[in-house]
Design a protein. Structure first.
Length: 142
């Protein structure tokens, strides 16, 4: 499809070059728009693929010895990307009890964003290790 659009744009450029006046040069500026439009057509295809690969985002706040959220259930589809956005005012380790396990360390004042995928259906606990609190249960569906 891109090849056809490129050939079409080249034909339009060649047709515009045959004239002798400067006014005819203006139409030659339009084929790049046609080319970029043709180029823009395939671009939306990757966007939905990225959107499908992007899954739940869990915003985690550790402040004054407390964690938010606490004990929530979050639905996830196997293979879907999960992102944890972690803001903390204390040293903490976030553990994702999956196979393989994931562990993220945060320090006071840190804002960390970490992503991972879960491929095995079941329940996966995300915990704050030092505070000994379950932040969320990720319910992974096939």
């Amino acid at each position: 499809m891109r090849t056809i659009a490129t050939l079409f744009a080249a034909a339009l450029l060649l047709a515009g070059c045959g004239g002798s006046s400067d006014d005819e040069a203006a139409p030659t500026a339009q084929p790049p728009t046609a080319t970029s439009s043709a180029t823009d057509e395939p671009a939306p295809t990757p966007e939905p693929t990225e959107a499908e690969a992007t899954g739940p985002v869990v915003d985690i706040v550790i402040k004054d010895g407390k964690v938010t959220p606490q004990g929530d259930r979050v639905e996830v589809t196997a293979g879907e990307k999960v992102t944890l956005n972690i803001t903390s005012d204390a040293d903490e380790e976030i553990h994702v009890h999956s196979e393989p396990e994931h562990s993220y360390e945060v320090a006071p004042g840190d804002t960390v964003s970490e992503s991972f995928t879960l491929d095995t259906p079941g329940q996966v606990a995300v915990e704050a290790h030092h505070l000994d609190v379950t932040i969320v249960q990720l319910v992974v569906r096939p």
